[in-house]
Design a protein around this ligand. Structure first.
Ligand code: CP
Length: 307
């Protein structure tokens, strides 16, 4: 296993499967009355979040605590970053306090890569700009494999604001490595330049793709990253690219609806679809803890044999 987890693009099939298999074991810990392993006792994990997060930050914190690590939560608000301290100085300050792993979310694509060159501990990318969000893709893959029993040979459709989505990028690389056929569906304005280099099929017609999809992964429309008008109105976007009850009915009965959260209900996904039994949204959050336990365990020196 590598020292850092910065992207899924450079994750080998063996390492991806090792994470998923280890996460299966970690999931059994959640079923115990004492939900803790002593594995990372004496190790320190720093959550370094320069961007807002609900799921990822709390999930990494819970994962580290379930492995008995000490956890430091660092957010920009209230720190010396507001006085102009650089990422490098911040990281080295935290490392001087003994961080074995730094979990980093940053609005700039590539920030965790820079960090990895400056610290001795492991760096885990918790989402960098529009680049990657590897643990989200790993928990999505884990959820698909648990629900459908496999990933290889499945048709996975990723729908929406692909241009600004690090979740889409990480899923494209990981699911392709795991043998899925990935289609991205978006308005032409939200398809990234260079998508022809990705291992995907591109479609602009959601209704044409849904009947052949085993998994439909909806993406949030990332207003905060948009610097121009990418579609006429929210209503028009929802009409062409939103997943509503009629579109759910057009999917195979066994097909899953996924969303990484946070969801914009009524825009990319209708409320009744988000809350339906076909939706894995809440399951994805629960699985995130198991997957992040697995990643922390493996990066901090764990072996295939979990104690
Ligand atoms: N899916 C995800 O990254 O959610 P948060 O922004 O709440 O961490």
């Amino acid at each position: 296993m590598m020292r850092h987890l910065l992207s899924t693009r450079d994750l080998s099939l063996d390492d991806a499967l090792l994470v998923l298999d280890t996460a299966e074991y970690m999931a059994t810990v959640a079923d115990r009355s004492v939900k803790k392993l002593p594995t990372l006792r004496g190790r320190t994990v720093v959550n370094l979040f320069f961007e807002d997060s609900t799921r990822t930050r709390t999930s990494f914190e819970l994962a580290a605590k379930r492995l008995s690590a000490d956890v430091i939560n660092f957010s920009v608000r209230g720190s010396s970053v507001s006085k102009g301290e650089s990422l490098k100085d911040t990281a080295q300050t935290l490392e001087a306090m003994g961080a074995d792993a730094v979990v980093c979310r940053h609005p700039a694509s590539g920030a965790p890569h820079r960090l990895a060159a400056w610290v001795r501990g492991s760096v885990l990318n918790a989402g960098d700009g529009i680049h990657e969000h590897p643990t989200q893709a790993l928990l999505d893959a884990f959820t698909i494999r648990r629900r459908l029993g496999r990933i290889e040979g499945l048709s996975v459709t990723i729908v929406g604001d692909v241009l600004h989505s690090r979740v889409a990028r990480s899923n494209v690389w990981l699911l392709s490595t795991l043998g899925a056929a990935v289609t991205v569906v978006a308005p032409p304005t939200l398809v990234p330049v260079g998508v022809e280099q990705w291992p995907v099929t591109v479609s602009y017609d959601l209704d044409a793709v849904l009947p052949g999809s085993d998994v439909v992964m909806m993406l949030r429309v990332q207003r905060e990253r948009m610097t121009a008008a990418f579609f006429p109105t929210e209503r028009e976007y929802a009409r062409r690219y939103g997943l509503d009850a009629d579109r759910l009915a057009a999917m195979p009965l066994s097909a899953l609806v996924m969303h990484p959260g946070p969801m914009v209900r009524g825009m990319e996904i209708a409320s009744d679809v988000a809350d339906s039994t076909r939706s894995t949204v809440v399951e994805q959050v629960a699985n995130g803890v198991s997957v992040r336990m697995a990643v922390l365990y493996l990066l901090l020196g764990g072996t295939r044999e979990v104690p």
